[in-house]
Design a protein around this ligand. Structure first.
Ligand code: PAF
Length: 282
């Protein structure tokens, strides 16, 4: 079993000893738990590239808005510990709220502009919560490398910016999205979906394939591609609403004409679940 730490001080002492005695390199996978294949890919990469791998499990309250799913977000530490053991993780850090946000906390981290577009428009405050907690976790663990999935592409870009701006000495390693065999991207939130809703959720991946096919056939207009994707997705019965379909360059600047390497980003509601996904144009 991996060693489980609840307190920053104890975690730091342990990691300090490992680093000094063994001169070990440290890989870090921050998560909110309820670990799935997407997390496994992050852990595997971290294990390959480092001597010691640390996983954090913390459902961060400040990145959930009012009326979002903080309370119902799935939690199961026992199961997560078993997944970490199987993945060969050395250390699990599962702090309490008090450890992460000491009483009287006043400090927040805000990444301008990147926090305001796409997800930021629909989830005000979300990225301030993410940036703040990731800064704290990186400070607590002080890894050589930290691993983030491309599934949350905007989060990945924001964290790359954040570590650059705050001079945090860590390499951010992006890991490709892992999909179920039928194309649905792994997410802890998939457990909310009924079988019928899951079928409608597949429209996201299929819309990416449709867009890619249009591009392969020579279509370059973002508006035309987004229009076709929207029409296709909305033809699925459990899709309640599309928050956005956007086509951007790799740095999230909107594009009128699509090129290889651009990103197509989607957020939508299936039943009462909000799902996000993205696609790198081939
Ligand atoms: O991607 C997540 O699971 C979370 O946003 C993160 C990075 C662990 C911060 O709470």
């Amino acid at each position: 079993m991996p060693l489980l730490f609840r307190k920053v001080k104890e975690l730091r002492n342990h990691l300090h000893t490992l680093r000094c005695e063994r001169n070990a390199s440290l890989g870090f996978v921050p998560t909110m738990g309820y670990l799935h294949e997407g997390h496994r890919a992050l852990m595997e990469r971290a294990r390959l590239q480092n001597d010691i791998t640390v996983v954090s499990i913390y459902v961060n309250p400040t990145q959930f808005g009012e009326g979002e799913d903080y309370e119902r977000y799935p939690r199961d530490l026992e199961r997560d510990m078993a997944v970490c053991e199987e993945a060969g993780i050395d250390v699990v850090f599962a702090p309490t709220d008090k450890e992460v946000y000491p009483p009287g906390s006043r400090t927040e981290v805000y990444v301008r502009e990147l926090s305001e577009v796409l997800e930021g428009k629909f989830r005000p405050g979300h990225f301030k919560g993410v940036a703040t907690v990731v800064t704290k976790l990186l400070n607590a663990v002080q890894p050589d490398r930290a691993y983030f999935g491309e599934k949350d592409y905007q989060q990945l870009k924001l964290i790359q910016r954040l570590v650059k701006d705050l001079l945090i000495p860590v390499e951010i390693v992006p890991v490709e999205t892992v999909r179920e065999p039928d194309g649905l991207a792994y997410s802890s939130r998939n457990v909310y979906l009924s079988p019928e809703e899951r079928e409608s959720a597949l429209s996201i991946y299929r819309a990416f394939l449709l867009a890619q096919e249009m591009i392969n056939q020579g279509e370059r207009s973002s508006d035309t591609i987004k229009g076709e994707m929207e029409r296709f997705i909305l033809s699925h019965p459990h899709v309640k609403k599309i928050d956005y379909i956007e086509i951007t360059d790799p740095d999230l600047n909107p594009k009128g004409l699509v090129d290889r390497g651009d990103r197509i980003l989607v957020a939508l509601w299936v039943g009462s679940s909000r799902l996000i996904d993205n696609w790198k144009v081939l």
